[in-house]
Design a protein around this ligand. Structure first.
Ligand SMILES: Cc1cc2nc3c(=O)[nH]c(=O)nc-3n(C[C@H](O)[C@H](O)[C@H](O)COP(=O)(O)O)c2cc1C
Length: 189
């Protein structure tokens, strides 16, 4: 049996860290964190989670594609938002694109539960990286909801639900202490 209250306290102290920079997790650290993701609960053992690891020049290509599609859409970013988003991604050393393999032929397990299992896997991944000292930020921004983008990065909507991406790296600032609400607010009679 594992009993480690320090680890629980570390989870309580987790925050999303949007502004990250190099170094990214090493290959070994990333492998460990991805293995933690695979330990997510999963109804029917469908293992629906899919991760696309993007580093180096791949990040610029990911960003160029996302911003091009966004700007050509009928909801383009303002110049300020575009510049800020480009500046953000230019410093991110690792992106993990997140997808859920929908396996529509399986009618036994409700589709929502595959997405929930993938969300659980992503949370395990975020927590594992947090425990290793890295910052993560889950984004469904820029071009996440555009089919052209989903298809271009390998998550064809006919097969997958694209669930956005994690920006991962070394936090650029100390992890802030957020005043989280008390869990007691979420108990119902
Ligand atoms: C599925 C998902 C998608 C998200 N997409 C965005 C996003 O596109 N832009 C954004 O500012 N925050 C987004 N967030 C919220 C941030 O990732 C983060 O959770 C939020 O800033 C609160 O920080 P915290 O995790 O430290 O509480 C998303 C969160 C989730 C779970």
């Amino acid at each position: 049996m594992i009993k480690n209250i320090d680890m629980v306290n570390a989870l309580i102290a987790r925050n999303s860290m949007k502004l990250v920079t190099a170094p990214a997790p090493s290959d070994e650290e990333l492998a460990k964190a991805l293995q933690a993701a695979v330990a997510a609960p999963d109804h029917g053992n469908l293992t629906p989670w899919r991760f696309k690891i993007i580093r180096g020049e791949g990040i610029q290509q990911f960003a160029d594609l996302a911003f091009r599609i966004r700007q050509e859409s009928d909801e383009p970013f303002t110049e300020d938002k575009l510049a800020a988003s480009k500046a953000w991604l230019s410093e991110v050393p690792l992106i993990i694109a997140l997808g859920c393999k929908m396996d529509y032929s399986n009618t036994k397990i409700p589709e929502d539960e595959r997405i929930i299992a993938t969300g659980c896997a992503v949370m395990n991944l975020m927590n594992a990286l947090h425990l290793m000292g890295y910052g993560t930020f889950w984004s469904t921004g820029i071009a996440t909801y555009f089919e052209e983008f989903q298809t271009a990065i390998g998550f064809d909507p006919l097969e997958y639900r694209f669930m956005g991406f994690l920006a991962v790296g070394t936090p650029k600032m100390p992890i802030p202490q957020k005043n989280r609400k008390s869990y007691t607010e979420f108990l119902i009679d």
